[in-house]
Design a protein. Structure first.
Length: 238
């Protein structure tokens, strides 16, 4: 069985740092308020959210590229374009009824857009930026319909501890720090599922460990996935 070396771990961690930094830069930039850009022919809330993200804040795809992708989707053509960095980007999936879509920005990066509903009306835009190198990790952000950053209180903070069996750790006479130190890279990816009002958080930190360290950690992992459901005001843990 192949065991990942420390050098490989550092290389993967370095690549992930670059990818996540790019996603964070995008999230921070999106916090700036933009004008009321009107895009003719755009009907669904999620399509409008996708195309009205300002060019200077979405590093991968210009607004013209995004409009072209939506146009191709509606014509039954492959919704793919050559992105700003010379790679291919495409709309992977769209659920217009539930105002959700997933865009594959590159081979190792994706964006999910969900327009949240409160009392049957669009209330906010929730974004999930995911980078994989190769294990996946996500960062989330929530914005007003005109792209002003909102407090992240709609989703509680998720940490490594949420996936651990603290009782088992204590029973075995281990310290919490012993387990968390092995999972030093907090790799959790988020993705929408089902009717796209369900958000799943998946632990991926183990994928960057050697087999020896995986065996040490395995007995103390209580769950590898946590589910949240949008209730109209926040994502509630199930």
């Amino acid at each position: 069985m192949k065991i990942m070396t420390k050098m490989q771990n550092k290389s993967c961690a370095g690549l992930r740092t670059v990818l996540v930094a790019a996603a964070l830069t995008m999230l921070q930039s999106l916090a700036a308020q933009t004008g009321d850009t009107q895009i003719s022919g755009i009907v669904s809330n999620v399509e409008k959210a996708f195309v009205t993200m300002p060019d200077q804040y979405y590093m991968t795809l210009t607004q013209e590229m995004r409009i072209l992708m939506v146009d191709r989707l509606r014509k039954g053509e492959e919704p793919k374009v050559r992105n700003h960095f010379g790679g291919d980007s495409r709309i992977d999936s769209i659920d217009q009824q539930n105002d959700w879509m997933r865009i594959r920005n590159s081979e190792n990066g994706a964006l999910e857009i969900k327009v949240l509903q409160t009392q049957g009306k669009p209330s906010a835009i929730f974004l999930v930026f995911t980078a994989c190198a190769p294990a996946c990790s996500s960062h989330t952000g929530v914005f007003t319909l005109d792209w002003r950053l909102l407090p992240s209180s709609v989703l509680s903070n998720v940490s490594i501890n949420d996936f651990l069996d603290m009782d088992k750790i204590k029973e075995d006479g281990k310290k919490e720090e012993y387990v968390t130190s092995l999972l030093d890279l907090q790799l959790v990816d988020f993705s929408f599922a089902g009717d796209h009002n369900t958000l799943k958080a998946t632990l991926n930190s183990e994928k960057e460990l050697s087999q020896e360290d995986r065996d040490k950690v395995a007995p103390y992992i209580k769950t590898r996935q946590i589910t949240f459901v949008w209730d109209g005001t926040s994502f509630v843990r199930q």
